[in-house]
Design a protein around this ligand. Structure first.
Ligand code: PEP
Length: 260
């Protein structure tokens, strides 16, 4: 049985005081051992977040990392630094990193390896653009991104990664994938993993959906047999909205999901 994981990606939002207020509110409303709940604030709020979340069930994650542990990489944050500040997770390969910062499949592969080498749990994002979907290239793009990221990775390394299917056209647009579209992509990803790593790893892999998840659509997405959680952007900046998405995941867990 896969444990659902709901993660909030705050992106480049919230000053320190606002971040602290949100963290206190989340600590009060999102504690649970039934599913995993993770917050990924900006780097500037990580130290404060680690203090506020100490002893709680909420996990802490970075939004990006450098592939090197230290050195002359001005502006970058290393996996060692993320560990040092209290992170257990790190987002890798978000489409905004690919688009705005030119991250290639090769760079993402190096970041994934660095995260794994330093015992961080990567939340690795993959997904197609609107144009790629319209050209019926979704599976081709997912295959390329998966193969590039996991190149040379041992099966037990693949097992430690959380995947996030994030269609680029759904991120921050208010247009989410339909539950059927999400399920189709997640099932494809799982089957790819089963072929690459074997059934025990593929079947156990947690695959989040990301892209305009809100309290209104969370339940229908999370009820899909291969959707094991959500990576939430905009709605993670409000404690009520994020708390409602966490509650939707708990309700789905209590009710059970249909088998595929
Ligand atoms: C994201 O940033 O990963 C994301 C899914 O954003 P949003 O929920 O705002 O679409």
């Amino acid at each position: 049985m896969r444990k659902a994981i709901i993660a909030g990606n705050w992106k480049m939002h919230l000053g320190l005081r606002e971040a602290e207020a949100l963290l206190h509110a989340l600590r009060a409303s999102c504690e649970t051992d039934v599913i995993d709940v993770v917050v990924c604030p900006p780097f500037t709020a990580l130290a404060a977040a680690a203090k506020i979340l100490a002893g709680s069930s909420l996990g802490l994650g970075g939004q990006d990392l450098c592939w090197e542990p230290q050195g002359a990489f001005t502006g970058a944050i290393s996996p060692v630094m993320l560990r040092d500040v209290g992170c257990r997770y790190v987002i890798v390969g978000h489409s905004e990193r690919r688009t705005h910062f030119g991250e290639t499949d090769e760079i993402i592969h190096r970041k994934l390896r660095a995260a794994l080498a330093h015992e961080l749990i990567p939340i690795m994002c993959i997904g197609e653009t609107r144009q790629e979907r319209e050209q019926r290239k979704t599976f081709e793009v997912l295959t390329r991104q998966l193969a590039g990221a996991f190149r040379d990775c041992e099966r037990w390394d693949c097992a430690r990664v959380v995947l996030a299917y994030e269609p680029v056209w759904a991120i921050g647009t208010g247009t989410h994938a339909t539950p059927e579209q999400a399920q189709e992509a997640h099932q494809f990803i799982r089957q790819w993993l089963v072929k690459r790593c074997g059934a025990p790893i593929g079947d156990a892999k947690r695959i989040q959906y990301g892209g305009s998840v809100t309290p209104a659509n969370a339940a229908s997405l999370l009820q899909q047999p291969d959707v094991d959680g959500a990576l939430v952007g905009g709605a993670s900046l409000k404690s009520e909205a994020f708390g409602a998405i966490v509650k939707a995941a708990l309700d789905v867990k209590a009710a059970g999901r249909p088998a595929r």
